[in-house]
Design a protein around this ligand. Structure first.
Ligand SMILES: [Zn+2]
Length: 71
């Protein structure tokens, strides 16, 4: 009962969709709010611009998606 969640029952997790893995990131460490929603440090808008993650706005078939694990 911290009162920090105003009308939201969703946990604070990264909402980035990892297209190659067909799942959301759901990381909880270091999650912050951005224009696109809650994102972990790996998936901030600026971080994504420098990485090769598939972007949700593009159809998966529009570009070659290389499945890869980034642990
Ligand atoms: Zn993430």
């Amino acid at each position: 009962m911290s009162g920090l969640w105003r009308g939201s029952l969703q946990p604070r997790v990264c909402g980035h969709w990892i297209g190659a893995e067909r799942r959301h990131c759901l990381a909880v460490e270091g999650v912050r709010e951005y224009l696109t929603g809650l994102r972990c440090p790996l998936h901030t808008p600026s971080a994504l611009q420098n990485k090769d993650e598939p972007r949700p706005s593009l159809p998966a078939a529009a570009r070659a998606v290389r499945p890869h694990q980034r642990e």
